[in-house]
Design a protein around this ligand. Structure first.
Ligand code: SF4
Ligand code: SF4
Length: 79
């Protein structure tokens, strides 16, 4: 399953989003110094405002596919 809520790689692992009561399914863990969202995530978005530096983000699958299409067009333009 592709999650819509993601944590960017630049997360310094402050641990705020891992505290009890933030994630209703306790899906966030700290691994190798970064917060990681696991399988239990239900994309509720409750963790997003908790992050003090805004590295928890909601992604749009449509936007991702638009970016991929634009990249393909750029590749053609370069040929
Ligand atoms: S979006 Fe909701 S379920 Fe997913 S990690 Fe954040 S708080 Fe937990
Ligand atoms: S609150 Fe933000 S910076 Fe802190 S561990 Fe979570 S995602 Fe990383």
């Amino acid at each position: 399953m592709i999650h819509l809520v993601e944590i960017l790689d630049i997360c310094p692992g402050c641990g705020k989003c891992v505290r009890k009561g933030v994630c209703p399914t306790d899906a966030i863990t700290i691994q190798k110094g970064k917060a990681v969202i696991g399988q239990g995530c239900i994309d509720c978005g409750l963790c997003i405002p908790v992050c003090p530096i805004g590295v928890i983000v909601k992604t749009e699958p449509e936007a991702k596919s638009i970016v991929q299409v634009e990249r393909k067009e750029e590749e053609h333009a370069a040929e």
